[in-house]
Design a protein around this ligand. Structure first.
Ligand code: SF4
Length: 541
């Protein structure tokens, strides 16, 4: 069995886009998305400038993170090394888009399923080469068997130094470049030029896209892509965007001879938007409610914790239902949501998480039923398995995010602690509110519990901000959280409203401390919003 790979010979590529067009035609790829495209980089200043071309596409990785994260085996690696996809199985969860470090996947606007370069498998199977290889007038694209030492591909790789994109990701790409320039292959090495062809496409005509749906989100993401800091937190913070005031914007074209991305595909809007932000928040409440009941049982009297348990259990169950609904709503193929349970790919944390959610829902429902029926002894027994299941329910998202190899900030191991602490904090807030609303219930214990967890939460967030981030992209994402464009959410919502003010209220012991839990819950939402959105604003190609 051969092992197929691609090689792009940049000494020959003339940037003619024939490969892009041939691919579009071969696969009927809709306007606005691409399976392969050509990126232009310019280096130097006129008259000593150069233009470099790079053909971008799926790398058919040996260790493909898109395959690992896909919950339903819609993406899979064939025996011949090609990473292919099956639209009939895809649920449109977009996890593969987060996992791919190379921006190779998109959601097809017609089928609402994920798609990418599949090496033209239908052509290979009839003895033909992929359409991009056939159409290239310079023979700059070579495909072949990497295991055959006599193949043209193997010979070129043997005779010339070759580069791959992001080797540090450990994906072992099978797309090689001869003369692959670092400025072309590493997205953080270049800024997007505000005068590049696609940078003005939205603004020239508000619905230059086939559907108006693109325009506003794409414009926003393009603005962010051009506004983000480039190399490190210390980099110059802003580049002029297409809609900025030209007289106010510094003219980098004359002062900065660094490489510029002058022609590229449109920057993508975050694949996981408000439903995923909301889901992390509602899941904290759903898991935290039972964890707080368990804490109340450990430290409080029998009478107190039984009374509170029913209220908190009910709230937890409602938020569990909302969490599930948000997960389904975010799918591009919501009618296929049961595939996650019925056609599971067990390496995916999306599947493992779904099963944790189901198991937790069942145990909490039975536990709550027993409480409502007055069978408190049996309910007490069931509380502990429910609390044990609440922990993976709260934390599994950190493991799912860690499988998203394209998002460097999500690789931080502190994220699982962050999510557990947020669940405990949300549970403590519910406990405070329930105790405040009931007569004859001790309010000191929930106040102490929530205060301790609140400061622990602040310490966790501070640890995540201050820790040394290993990669440029992680540092850039964190710079967006503490600076522009998410700083107001982080400092105003997450730190001041969510921690400092409620912390002061709780420690003062004032009666109006009932406001504190509401502020804490708002703060959790603000922090989760920053953590979900910032890494998705980093360009991957
Ligand atoms: Fe292709 Fe990206 Fe999957 Fe690698 S991770 S096989 S580049 S889609």
């Amino acid at each position: 069995m051969p092992t197929f790979g691609f090689l792009i010979d940049n000494r020959k590529c003339i940037g003619c886009h024939a490969c892009t067009v041939a691919c579009k035609s071969e696969h009927q790829v809709p306007i606005g998305v691409d399976r392969t495209w050509v990126k232009y980089i310019e280096k130097g200043e006129f008259p000593n400038n150069r233009r470099l071309f790079s053909v971008m596409r799926c790398n058919h990785c040996e260790f493909a993170p898109c395959v690992t994260i896909c919950p339903v085996t819609a993406l899979y690696r064939r025996d011949d090394g090609i990473v292919d996809f099956n639209s009939d199985r895809c649920i449109g969860c977009k996890a593969c888009m987060q996992a791919c470090p190379y921006d190779a996947l998109y959601i097809d606007p017609d089928s609402h399923t994920a798609a990418k370069c599949n090496f033209c498998t239908h052509r290979l199977e009839t003895g033909l080469e992929p359409s991009c290889v056939v159409v290239c007038p310079e023979q700059a694209i070579v495909c072949g068997d990497l295991d055959d030492p006599l193949s043209k591909l193997s010979q070129l790789i043997k005779r010339h130094p070759v580069q791959v994109r992001k080797p540090e990701k450990g994906t072992k790409p099978k797309l090689f470049y001869i003369d692959g320039d670092e400025a072309s292959l590493v997205p953080s090495r270049t800024r997007a030029d505000d005068d590049s062809m696609w940078s003005r496409r939205d603004l020239a005509k508000s619905d230059g896209s086939p559907s108006g749906e693109w325009s506003s989100s794409a414009r926003k993401s393009q603005a962010v892509a051009t506004a983000e800091p480039r190399d490190s937190v210390q980099s110059p913070p802003l580049y002029p965007t297409a809609n900025s005031n030209p007289s106010a914007a510094p003219d980098h074209r004359h002062s900065a001879p660094e490489p510029r991305r002058v022609y590229d595909v449109r920057a993508r809007a975050p694949a996981w938007g408000w439903p995923v932000v909301a889901y992390t928040w509602t899941k904290s409440i759903a898991a935290g409610s039972v964890l707080a009941v368990a804490a109340a049982r450990l430290v409080g009297g029998e009478k107190q914790s039984s009374a509170i348990a029913t209220v908190m259990g009910l709230v937890g169950l409602v938020f569990l239902l909302i969490t599930t609904a948000l997960l389904v709503v975010d799918l591009k193929k919501p009618e296929r949501f049961l595939y996650v349970l019925l056609r599971p790919q067990w390496k995916s944390w999306l599947v493992r998480g779904a099963y944790f959610l189901v198991a937790y829902s069942i145990v909490v429902t039975v536990w709550l039923g027993l409480l409502l029926l007055g069978a408190t002894r049996l309910a007490d027994l069931l509380l502990w398995p429910a609390a044990a299941l609440a922990i993976p329910t709260a934390v599994y998202t950190a493991f799912l995010f860690a499988q998203a190899k394209g998002r460097d900030l999500w690789q931080n191991p502190l994220l699982s602690i962050h999510l557990l602490v947020h669940a405990l904090l949300a549970g403590g807030s519910l406990w405070l509110m329930a105790a405040g609303a009931m007569d004859g219930v001790d309010r000191a214990m929930p106040r102490i519990f929530t205060t301790v967890i609140l400061w622990l939460s602040l310490a966790t967030v501070a640890g995540e901000v201050l820790t040394t981030h290993a990669t440029v992209d992680a540092r850039r994402a964190m710079a967006m959280i503490v600076g522009r464009p998410l700083g107001a959410w982080f400092w105003g919502g997450g730190v001041v409203l969510g921690h400092l003010i409620p912390g002061a209220l709780l420690m003062s012991g004032a009666e109006y401390a009932i406001l504190a839990p509401l502020m804490i819950l708002a703060g959790i939402f603000a922090v989760e919003r920053c953590w979900v959105l910032a890494p998705q604003r980093i360009a991957l190609s």
